[in-house]
Design a protein around this ligand. Structure first.
Ligand SMILES: [Zn+2]
Length: 310
């Protein structure tokens, strides 16, 4: 069975100017997959855009309109000091969210065993009420809701190994016991959330697990901590595992501060696949979040996809 990749060239048109989150990231990944021959072993698919209804599963109407109007302004507009948009960003954002749902649909239908969305803009900082931190809409969160609304799944797990805490994803599901959110991230780093005592509220209490890590955290400590988190994911018994795959937790990332390597991302991927094999027929899908050293990013994505395709 195939390992799939969703990718649409219009995601390159989200032109952020002089910014770490550029189209060069996707181009570097694609070039490296080509160069290593890995691309031939993957099934690429060009997705369609998300319908606006799907955006509203996770975001307020006002949030959606804020993004739309900023994009329509013409030129480059700023949703916050870190988050520029141009008119083409609207379509890119719909394709990023649509790409995640498209890949998930292919796994649910049995066409793909697992896969990844090579999309931008990223998503995990987008909260229910506002875009922020390079993110317009929360692609992974929309994907989790898609699995619930269109495929009737009851329990979805999201594992977020980006160096930054996925505050948006946490907010969207904070009181929701049906989506388990596990995040490893650098402590006291942007956006400032993700303390260990943030564990969910109301019915969602216990369905959020944050692992803030010290600067330069060694690999043994990282894996000991995340293995404890993985035991909670296994106990949650998800019917699908989504990964917010940020590769800015690589040791060479300019916006990071953790010390993971390509081999560590492969190991993480294999560990998550083992959980998925035991809980949910191997159903795993990742969406690209951060990762700003182009060499580290492309090598790490390749290591992750290589593991998925084995
Ligand atoms: Zn990040």
């Amino acid at each position: 069975m195939a390992t799939g990749v969703v990718y649409h060239p219009d995601c390159l048109l989200h032109d952020t100017g002089a910014h770490p989150e550029t189209s060069g990231r996707l181009l570097a990944i694609l070039a490296y997959l080509e160069k290593t021959g890995l691309r031939e072993r993957l099934t690429f698919h060009e997705p369609g855009p998300a319908q606006e209804e799907a955006l509203l599963w996770c975001h307020t109407n006002r949030h959606v309109e804020t993004v739309r109007q900023a994009c329509e302004k013409g030129g480059r507009a700023y949703l916050d000091p870190d988050t520029p948009v141009v008119p083409e960003s609207w379509q890119a954002a719909l394709l990023a969210a649509g790409g995640v749902m498209d890949g998930l649909g292919r796994i649910m239908s049995g066409e793909w065993v697992n896969g990844m969305a090579l999309v931008r803009p990223p998503g995990h900082h987008a909260t229910p009420v506002r875009p922020m931190g390079f993110c317009l809409f929360n692609n992974v969160a929309i994907g989790a809701r898609y699995l619930q609304k269109r495929h009737g799944l009851r329990r979805v797990a999201i594992i977020d190994w980006d160096v930054h805490h996925g505050n948006g994803t946490q907010d969207i599901f904070y009181d929701d016991p049906s989506v388990f959110y596990l995040s490893t991230h650098l402590a006291h780093h942007y956006p400032g959330t993700g303390r260990a005592d943030e564990t969910g509220s109301g019915d969602g209490r216990g369905a959020t697990h944050n692992i803030p890590l010290p600067h330069g955290c060694d690999t043994a400590t990282f894996f000991r901590e995340i293995e404890a988190g993985f035991r909670l994911v296994t106990a949650f018994n998800p019917e699908f595992i989504l990964i917010s795959a940020g590769f800015d937790s690589h040791r060479d990332d300019p916006l990071g501060g953790l010390s993971l390597t390509e081999a560590d991302f492969a190991r993480l991927t294999r560990m998550i696949m083992e959980i998925a094999d035991s809980c949910c027929g191997g159903r795993v899908f990742s969406a690209l979040e951060g990762g700003y050293n182009l060499s580290a990013l492309s090598h790490s994505v390749a290591a992750h996809l290589e593991a998925l395709a084995c």
